[in-house]
Design a protein around this ligand. Structure first.
Ligand SMILES: Cc1ncc(COP(=O)(O)O)c(C=O)c1O
Length: 424
């Protein structure tokens, strides 16, 4: 199956491609599902073939028309990873995907590949705690400058101001997490892409626009359609969807992915074949899972909204016409997802009371799995962000983050109401 059918020029939808694209059963005894290619290395048909495969892999020559890079060694390429990468790139409408051993491996490998010492990354905030640590504590050690600005409807202006404080031509990347973890605040992807063009016109350098698409992608948000260059995921979450593996993905334009692929090969941040196989299995159901999870989340967000001791509910599905966040949502999202953050009266103590009272929701970090989870961002996923900074990013001690799974809605609603009743 081709992304675009040669005979009819018909473009298949991502859901269909997830079931067949990138795999030829004739190469695997007719097996309908790709086998797991548990092999570290691949046999060459001849020494000349091995030489030619390496020339391509190490960028020593350009590929001939229609030439497919050959299999060499599983740190460079493996069929299970490649099939998954082609299917996710098709979903994201990008040229190429690369799978990683974790979301953090995807993010850190991409940043190291695309930003050099003396250059700068401007990002929105909050971002996932691990990404925050990378930006604040690890990249500066490599001579890379980082500035974080508050995510949201005015983030483009804040990024513009931050860019003005960096020497001309030194902004290498504009990094967004939208919706932001855990505040669920949206940033205008197309607006940031326009800023990148503006910076190119004034400084001669167009920064790479990278978007962490973990919360809504690949089903409800396609950053590349808004002009983003690089789409990043913790595939541990919705893409894998069963809380049984850790993985990451990056997809994007061919030229950018070539640089990231080289760094993945040398840093060795790829996952193993079995993880690739599990990701392939999961990608087949990602759309139905995410739609069903979002349907339940909408209902539970309304329950929260009506509770007298819940002071705020942050969920894209609750945005109202007239709110600039709603305009961003309409422009770039096709569904609200299933992550809800809410704040309770009484700070950390009250939040802990609620967290300790769930029976169906499990008290655990991570998100996007079939089971519902709850956690306390300020002292768990974002514990390494200083409390004052976290407060300025809109994350309060009374905030609870929920990931809605596939349990029956009536059980989830009952469990939530029971836990909230502990607030008095
Ligand atoms: C938005 C976001 N990005 C990246 C990551 C990191 O992914 P991983 O845990 O797979 O390394 C996470 C993990 O929670 C996340 O929530």
């Amino acid at each position: 199956m081709k992304r675009r059918h040669l005979g009819t020029d018909h473009e298949y939808s991502a859901e269909t491609l997830a079931l067949g694209y990138g795999y030829d059963p004739r190469l695997s005894e007719g097996a309908v599902k790709p086998p797991i290619f548990l092999t570290s290395t691949f046999q060459f048909a001849s020494a000349l073939e091995g030489k030619r495969f390496f020339e391509l892999a190490y960028g020593l020559r350009q590929a001939n028309k229609g030439e497919i890079p050959g299999l060499i060694y599983s740190r460079l390429n493996n069929p299970n990873l490649q099939i998954f990468e082609e299917r996710l790139a098709a979903w994201d409408k990008t040229d190429r995907g690369l799978t990683f051993a974790s979301g953090m491996a995807a993010i850190s490998t991409s940043l190291l590949a695309l930003v050099k010492p003396g250059e700068h990354v401007l990002s929105t905030a909050p971002v996932y705690g691990g990404t925050h640590f990378l930006l604040e504590h690890i990249l500066p050690g490599f001579g890379i400058g980082t500035t974080q600005v508050l995510a949201g409807s005015d983030a483009v202006e804040r990024l513009r101001a931050a860019a003005a404080a960096v020497p001309a031509g030194k902004v290498a990347m504009l990094y967004l997490e939208t919706p932001a973890n855990p505040s669920n605040v949206l940033t205008d992807i197309a607006g940031v892409v326009a800023l990148a063009a503006e910076l190119e016109a004034t400084t001669g350098r167009r920064p790479v626009v990278a978007v962490d698409n973990t919360f809504l992608g690949p089903v409800f948000q396609r950053p590349a359609e808004q002009g983003a260059d690089l789409v990043l995921y913790s595939a541990t979450k919705f893409i894998a969807g069963h809380s049984d593996l850790v993985a990451g993905v990056a997809t994007g334009r061919a030229a950018i992915m070539e640089q990231v692929a080289l760094f993945r090969t040398i840093l060795g941040t790829q996952p193993n074949a079995f993880t690739g196989w599990l990701l392939l299995r999961s990608l087949e159901t990602v759309s139905i899972r995410m739609h069903r999870q979002a349907k339940s989340a909408r209902r539970l967000a309304s329950v929260l909204l009506e509770h007298p001791r819940v002071t705020a509910v942050h969920y894209p599905g609750l945005l109202q016409e007239g709110d600039p966040q709603h305009a961003i949502y309409q422009r770039q999202c096709t569904g609200p997802g299933s992550l809800i953050s809410f704040e309770v009266q009484g700070g950390e103590e009250a939040a802990y009371k609620v967290l300790d009272s769930f029976e169906v929701f499990r008290l655990a970090v991570s998100l996007g799995g079939t089971e519902s989870l709850v956690e306390h961002p300020a002292t768990m996923t974002h514990a390494d962000v200083p409390p004052e900074l976290l407060g300025s990013f809109g994350v309060s001690p009374g905030m609870i983050r929920m990931s809605i799974g596939l349990e029956h809605l009536s059980d989830l609603r009952r469990d939530l109401e029971h836990a909230l009743s502990k607030l008095g």
